[in-house]
Design a protein. Structure first.
Length: 278
């Protein structure tokens, strides 16, 4: 870990301890068990991996109001409006930031999205470093959780991955460089390559192409960050074998994020049709 990431993780440890004083771990376990019973043992949204593998586009539209590098992107953005708009305009799955201080997110955003009718898979996107956070993710209605290799030892990652599965959720394991790839043998449900350096927050989509060759062939590959053009999605899918494309800022910076997604998918469809014709 380095730079911004170290700062975020150190702050996250303090945040978790504060949360535990508000809702003790034993109480969080009880609340989560009650939620799982109410869901009849089925995780809300179903399998994110299946949704991506069966989708012709694979867009994971992200609800992200703020970032450490850009500040506020859409401070007025509402979780009761934008995630549903993403679903209605063709998203294969959603990612919702739940980190408070650095990304302006809350667990309640996932609950709000579910309450207004979002039924597709939702990724709980946070800096998960403790089991307590997995309970939070399952309780608020997430289908999958993000685990970041750079934040965890391999043993910690394995423990969290196993617990996520016990709670019925899938795992998107995020890797960024060659060092992180030793974590790939843990066999997560989805293998993510982050094009953003979490130390400097600089993005480079070519990172996905460079590292894709190290991934097993028949897995669900997800490219994260820095994707802003349909041609890039096309290249990632055809040349890199990616099936998921996590995009947030590209849509959130627009006046109507849902329409931004619709326009992007339309352009992707037009480009595909043009290639088939010529």
């Amino acid at each position: 870990m380095a730079d911004i990431l170290e700062e975020i993780v150190a702050h996250k440890r303090i945040e978790i301890e504060q949360r535990k004083r508000f809702i003790q771990p034993r109480q969080m376990i009880s609340l989560t068990e009650q939620k799982m019973q109410a869901d009849d043992g089925l995780v809300p949204g179903g399998s994110m991996r299946k949704a991506l593998m069966e989708s012709s586009t694979g867009i994971i539209a992200e609800f992200k109001r703020k970032s450490p590098s850009k500040g506020w992107i859409k401070e007025e953005g509402k979780a009761s409006i934008i995630p549903l708009a993403y679903q209605e305009n063709g998203a294969s799955a959603l990612s919702i930031l739940t980190d408070i201080d650095y990304f302006g997110g809350y667990d309640e955003f996932i609950q709000e999205a579910r309450h207004v009718g979002v039924h597709i898979p939702i990724l709980y996107k946070n800096f998960v470093i403790e089991e307590y956070q997995l309970l939070q993710a399952r309780y608020c209605g997430a289908s999958a959780v993000l685990l970041i290799a750079a934040c965890l030892t391999k043993e910690e990652c394995k423990r969290l991955l196993d617990m996520a599965h016990q709670l019925g959720m899938e795992v998107l394991l995020e890797m960024h460089n060659d060092r992180d790839f030793e974590y790939a043998e843990l066999e997560p449900d989805m293998y993510g390559i982050n094009n953003r350096n979490l130390g400097t927050f600089v993005t480079d989509v070519e990172n996905s192409f460079r590292l894709a060759e190290q991934l097993p062939k028949d897995v669900c590959r997800v490219s994260e960050s820095g994707i802003s053009h349909p041609e890039v999605v096309k290249r990632l899918r055809e040349e890199g074998g990616f099936r998921g494309f996590l995009m947030g800022e590209q849509f959130m910076k627009q006046a109507d994020p849902g329409q931004g997604l619709a326009d992007f998918l339309k352009q992707l469809e037009i480009n595909d049709a043009f290639r088939r014709k010529y």
